[in-house]
Design a binder for this molecule. Structure first.
Ligand SMILES: [Zn+2]
Ligand SMILES: [Zn+2]
Length: 99
């Protein structure tokens, strides 16, 4: 069976990208039946996300908060809720060590 380059549209950014014959062959040897839905940069960005970021791609949204322990301004990766204390990274790790 031979493959031909195919043009697909990225589901994330809408850019047209090439699903090359080599890639198609690779997909088949791996037993993948789905065509890739995303272009290379978007795939890499998603991979980076899955591995906790750190590749300089999309950053997690941070929310400003005030540490309940030391009163310092800080940022947390979740939305602070009323009545729930938020700690800066310093106090947070201290609190964990005290447990
Ligand atoms: Zn894309
Ligand atoms: Zn603190």
């Amino acid at each position: 069976m031979s493959f031909e380059d195919k043009t697909l549209q990225c589901a994330d950014c809408g850019v047209n990208f090439t699903f090359t014959a080599e890639e198609q062959e690779f997909f088949q040897t791996k037993g993948y039946t789905n065509e890739p839905k995303r272009c290379q940069p978007c795939r890499q960005a998603r991979k980076a996300e899955r591995y906790g970021g750190g590749y300089g791609f999309r950053q997690r949204q941070m929310f400003p908060a005030v540490c309940a322990e030391c009163g310092k301004d800080t940022e947390v990766p979740f939305e602070p809720r009323e009545g729930r204390p938020v700690y800066c990274s310093e106090c947070y790790s201290k609190a964990r060590l005290n447990k």
